[in-house]
Ligand binder design. Structure first.
Ligand SMILES: Nc1ncnc2c1ncn2[C@@H]1O[C@H](COP(=O)(O)OP(=O)(O)OP(=O)(O)O)[C@@H](O)[C@H]1O
Ligand SMILES: [Mg+2]
Length: 226
């Protein structure tokens, strides 16, 4: 009874994850376990190379672990059906390096995840315009990504991650390319979603001030949580 209540409250449950690259030569995750309670914001901190992005990719089902398990909204990602559901519907992922398509416009980039799950173009465009307004990008929607500034690209990546109204946001340095003022405004937007729509968020960040404004901070070092 206690364990089932706990699993319902946790939007993300990770147990004993290990991951290495290059045939085991680069050990990146060495037994990571964590829970993120529904509607909470967890900040993941730690030095460059300690494994934050790798962990977030595995949590979102983008990469697979060598061992261990991930449950998203109570569904284990070991099932391919659950993994695709999480990737397409449940989780909005904000990539550290944006992963936008440079030749397409800001709007076209953002429409992709919505059209991919069968949302009608008009509905997707409406959602896009609402998000573009909130992130201060409306005037740039028809510009190609390659013509945008680093900060505008970052905000585009955030817009794209929010297009399918995810219940979980996995954000890998979401304010990494932003000046201090824009950083706080983007963080405010993400926090607003967490509070007003009961969204759960896990965010890797080097910014200790942002981390301090989260519900909880976890520190990572050499592939382990401290
Ligand atoms: N596909 C890969 N092949 C080989 N090594 C990799 C691969 N992906 C990550 N690594 C290595 O794993 C380690 C952890 O990388 P990761 O990107 O998870 O770190 P990070 O904590 O996100 O760092 P940063 O703060 O710089 O973004 C690094 O040493 C990196 O070089
Ligand atoms: Mg990283």
């Amino acid at each position: 009874m206690i364990s089932s209540t706990a699993s319902i409250q946790n939007a993300i449950s990770v147990r004993n994850l290990t991951k290495s690259f290059d045939g085991g030569r680069i050990e990146v995750l060495r037994g990571v376990s964590l829970d993120v309670q529904r509607g909470k914001l967890l900040a993941l901190c730690g030095p460059s190379g300690c494994g934050k992005s790798t962990l977030l990719h595995i949590v979102a089902g983008i990469e697979s672990a060598d061992q261990g398990s991930v449950c998203v909204e109570g569904h284990p990602l070991s099932s391919e059906k659950n993994r695709l559901q999480a990737l397409r519907h449940t989780i909005g992922f904000i990539f550290q390096l944006h992963n936008l398509i440079p030749d397409l416009t800001l709007e076209e980039n953002c429409l992709i995840p919505s059209l991919a799950i069968g949302t009608k173009r008009e509905e997707a465009r409406e959602r896009f315009h609402e998000l573009a307004k909130r992130t201060g990008l409306e005037h740039r929607s028809r510009n190609r990504i390659q013509d945008l500034s680093g900060g505008e690209r970052q905000r585009t990546a955030i817009c794209r991650a929010l297009m399918n109204s995810p219940s979980i946001i996995v954000a890998d340095e979401p304010t990494g390319a932003l000046d201090e003022k824009t950083s706080w405004s983007v963080f405010g937007l993400l926090c607003d979603l967490v509070v007003s729509q009961n969204v759960t968020m896990i965010m890797a960040t080097h910014d200790r001030d942002l981390a301090r404004n989260s519900d909880r901070i976890l520190n990572m070092r050499d592939g382990r949580l401290e």
